[in-house]
Design a protein around this ligand. Structure first.
Ligand SMILES: Nc1ncnc2c1ncn2[C@@H]1O[C@H](COP(=O)(O)OP(=O)(O)OP(=O)(O)O)[C@@H](O)[C@H]1O
Length: 307
């Protein structure tokens, strides 16, 4: 199958600290990979190595069949990126900004700048100075800039940072549309697990520089593990029963709200156990595990999880 990017055994060390170790992944055209991990997990360092903004100590990166080591110019001509907080010439308009960057490329057709602004929903703001733009508008403009030259791979480091919930959804919808309509491949780092679960075709979770989970989102989430969200009275008793019961593992708790994973018992048996222990059930709901449940389990975090 055609690969847009192939990464093998990527490693980066800063003096004594290993920031990224043995990271490997392949992506096919039109896929969107969510790069996840706690603060300091190695996401930005990975993205910087792929865009040649930082050197690597080991590993191989091939972009659209071109080795980044052997022909960096050609390999990077296939990549668009927005890695930092978007920065633009404040006194220039959105159109002028994108035109400036377009000069860095060969053969950008004249109409492409307006077409890109239109695509990211900024055509009506094209003649507005960037200093008057909101953060959400700048994020969209950064996406338009990353799309210049129609790259096959676009890399975005926390693109939804600072956006309101509606702005975040709109941005991710735009990325999904682009992946579907233009077959563009994306690598997007983020802490927004609910959004990543909805929009990404692939997931890679890093922890202390190492990959701890990766694969197709659908496959990762289709495991049959059953998660139960419940609100129980008699919090102390409930807690000790949930802790002690075989086949049940407590994922998170917040007062009398608990989220548990049923390992070896079915839902009916779980309810029977609660009733047999005279626990008063105020709320009970079973679901498959979410990306957030998995993330917290794998990275050792804990957070209230009642939905
Ligand atoms: N220039 C640098 N010099 C030394 N150490 C660095 C440098 N850049 C990153 N690191 C270290 O490498 C590790 C990975 O950092 P990185 O920025 O890649 O993490 P991240 O997953 O992007 O984190 P965040 O979610 O906070 O953005 C961290 O321990 C960080 O302190």
């Amino acid at each position: 199958m055609e690969k847009i990017i192939s990464v093998k055994n990527l490693r980066k060390t800063y003096k004594k600290e290993t920031a990224v170790e043995n990271v490997c992944f392949d992506l096919t055209p039109g896929s969107i990979m969510g790069l996840l991990g706690t603060n300091g997990a190695g996401k930005t360092t990975t993205l910087k190595m792929i865009t040649n903004l930082c050197s690597k100590n080991n590993g191989k990166i091939v972009i659209d069949n071109v080795s980044l080591d052997e022909n960096p110019e050609l390999a990077l001509s296939k990549v668009g990126a927005a890695l930092d907080t978007p920065s633009f010439y404040q006194e220039l308009t959105a159109r002028e900004n994108i035109e400036c960057f377009a000069h860095l490329y060969e053969n950008i057709p004249k109409g492409q700048v307006m077409e890109l602004l239109d695509y990211v929903g900024l055509s009506s703001q094209a003649e507005k100075k960037v200093k008057k733009f909101s953060l959400g508008m700048k994020q969209r403009l950064a996406l338009a800039r990353a799309m210049l030259g129609q790259p096959k791979l676009i890399i975005l480091d926390e693109p939804a940072n600072g956006l309101d919930p509606q702005g975040q959804i709109n941005l991710y919808r735009l990325i999904c549309d682009m992946a579907k309509e233009r077959n563009t491949t994306f690598i997007v780092s983020s802490h927004q697990l609910h959004d990543m679960e909805k929009f990404c075709t692939d997931i890679l979770i890093l922890d202390k520089g190492k990959s701890i989970l990766q694969g197709k989102t659908e496959e990762i989430l289709s495991e049959t593990t059953n998660i139960v969200d419940c609100i129980l009275e008699e919090t102390k008793t409930a807690r000790s029963i949930l802790f002690e019961c075989q086949g049940i593992s407590l994922i998170s708790e917040n007062g009398n709200q608990f989220t548990v994973r049923l390992e070896n018992i079915c839902f009916d048996e779980f309810i029977k156990k609660l009733v047999a222990n005279h626990l008063h059930i105020r709320y009970l709901s079973m679901r498959k595990h979410s990306l957030q449940d998995l993330f917290l389990k794998l990275t050792g975090g804990a957070e209230p999880c009642i939905h």
